[in-house]
Design a protein around this ligand. Structure first.
Ligand code: ADP
Length: 526
């Protein structure tokens, strides 16, 4: 009904039948009702919404003229086609069902749907209706509105789309993502943070399960305070921060981008992060292997230098003597001495070359030909052998515990020979040489003790270096013809068996060479 109709109705008042007081009363009531209807009609026309009413059976009685403006229908069209022609055909069945339900149940009607507008475009509307009831609860009328919600709906859709884009992005990215809120003490110091949101890869990168709603200290009780300080600073300053940092408590390294979410005063921080533990480990391994390689290359160079130097000494002696013999006529005594020098030096050269080859073979292939063997038998046989050859020394076997172990028999024999021969070489005639073999804590331990000159502490480690010889041994003029390679070979053999070797000594106190070898079955490939 239009405003015009409503004012016409007002000009033709109802109930002129009587003048009796109750009729007057009735008339007054009717006037008041008309007045209120008029008032309703005016506000209906002014409202940006489209108000409408329906009878208890759900038939539309009345709607504001805005409906006509909105749909472009004439009043006749609107009334003849009914409200059913304006909604989008896809929405209409849903609306009809909901309306029928409301009319039958008396429940409020509330539905979003599209309506074809005068321009031919569809716009989103929200239609709502509530029933007015009499004292007995019977529905008198439905009061409804239809409101244009296109703008809201567009905004919602845009928001939804952006939410979907945001979520899709977060779920797709390989990095871990989370948003958390800093937690402060009353004094304003950050001491923890609570996870609000995480993406799918968060767990893989952080190793933290079920983070949302929990605080980081609940998840990682020992977390280093500097993480919390860092994020508190990001929240406070709003300055994004990129860094790489390891956490011992989490056992991981992370590369992190931290940004504040929201403006000044926000306690929320978002992180994009990656677990870089493996990369860090690889980098460290690479650095370590580079360092080892450089050390090895350095050692190699030094070794070649030393070897050349050491080989030159006997060669020079041989050449010098040969030249003398060639150029000058020397008496028989000198000739014999020179020839014996040449022999001795040539023999030394030979030993050196063979020691060098032994070392080189051990370097190239530290692999052992392992079999189960009796260490006590090997030591005893080398010991007896040297005892037979060096009559000037007293040999004694102190303890010889039977020891069965996995090892390379040839190389262990070589090891025993080196340490026992050193004892003989460096101990003056009349001295004592003692052998002892015991076991303890999964180790076989043998000691070769001599009563020789001993070594001062600064030499104890150095004698295991290749070519290293203590000068006094040479300078005494009674050079026993060593190559300085024996103990290097000994150490190489012991280490290939997973054991340790060292000297215990003091100047003037004799020397003990100690070897420890594991008795457990050796792993393949050693
Ligand atoms: P080599 O005996 O051929 O010189 P080694 O590597 O076996 O080479 O020994 C290195 C040096 O350690 C020897 O030159 C010697 O000075 C010292 N040394 C080794 N064993 C003993 C020992 N039992 N007593 C004193 N000095 C020793």
């Amino acid at each position: 009904m239009s405003a015009r109709e409503s004012s016409r109705r007002k000009q033709t008042p109802l109930g002129k039948q009587g003048r009796r007081p109750q009729l007057d009363e009735q008339r007054q009531t009717e006037d008041a009702l008309r007045e209120s209807e008029d008032h309703y009609r005016h506000s209906m026309e002014l409202s940006p919404q489209v108000p409408w009413t329906a009878d208890p059976q759900g038939n539309i009685l009345d709607f504001s003229s805005r409906w006509l403006e909105l749909t472009g229908h004439s009043r006749e069209e609107a009334l003849s086609q009914g409200w059913a022609s304006a909604p989008h055909p896809d929405d209409f069945p849903r609306m009809a069902r909901a309306w029928t339900h409301s009319v039958n149940s008396g429940e409020a009607y509330d539905i979003e749907h599209r309506v074809r507008t005068a321009s031919g475009e569809y716009r989103w509307m929200q239609s709502r209706a509530y029933p007015r009831r009499d004292a007995a609860g019977h529905i008198l009328r439905w009061y409804g509105t239809t409101e244009n919600i296109e703008v809201r709906r567009q905004a919602e859709m845009a928001q939804h789309e952006s939410d979907v884009r945001y979520r899709t992005l977060l779920e797709r990215i390989q990095q871990g993502f989370c948003i958390f809120e800093m937690i402060y003490t009353e004094a304003g110091e950050a001491y923890d943070y609570r996870f609000l949101e995480v993406n799918a890869t968060f767990e893989r990168h952080s190793g933290l399960l079920g983070a949302p709603g929990k605080t980081v200290l609940e998840l990682v009780p020992g977390l280093e305070q500097h993480w919390i300080d860092t994020y508190a600073r990001v929240a406070q300053t709003g300055q994004p921060f990129h860094f790489e940092q390891g956490s011992e408590a989490m056992g991981r390294w992370f590369e992190v981008d931290a940004v504040r979410v929201g403006g000044a005063g926000s306690k929320k921080v978002a992180l994009l992060f990656t677990d870089v533990t493996e990369r860090k480990r690889n980098e460290a391994e690479l650095r370590e292997s580079e360092r080892r390689y450089r050390a090895l290359a350095e050692a190699q160079k030094r070794f070649v230098n030393d070897a050349a130097h050491e080989l030159r000494a006997p060669l020079t002696a041989i050449q010098g003597n040969l030249e003398l013999l060639e150029r000058y006529s020397v008496n028989e005594g000198d000739r014999k001495e020179m020839l014996s020098d040449i022999h001795r030096e040539a023999a030394r050269l030979g030993r050196m070359v063979s020691d060098l080859l032994t070392l080189a073979r051990g370097d190239v292939s530290p692999g052992l030909r392992v079999s189960s063997l009796k260490l006590d038998r090997i030591l005893e046989s080398v010991f007896r052998d040297l005892e037979r050859r060096s009559k000037q020394h007293h040999f004694s076997l102190e303890t010889l515990t039977p020891v069965q172990l996995e090892g390379d028999g040839d190389r262990l024999r070589q090891l025993a020979f080196i340490v026992l021969e050193n004892a003989v070489k460096y101990t003056p005639s009349g001295g004592n040489i003692t052998l002892k073999l015991t076991t303890a804590a999964g180790l076989a331990r043998f000691e070769v003790k001599d009563s020789g000159p001993g070594l001062s502490s600064e030499h104890l480690d150095l004698v295991f270096e290749r070519f290293y010889r203590v000068d006094s041994a040479r300078s005494r003029g009674e050079d026993p013809g060593g190559t300085g390679l024996g103990l290097s070979i000994a150490r190489q053999i012991v280490e290939a068996h997973g054991g340790r070797v060292w000297l215990e000594s003091e100047l003037g106190e004799g020397t003990v060479a100690v070897v420890e070898l594991p008795i457990e079955t050796l792993e393949d490939g050693l």
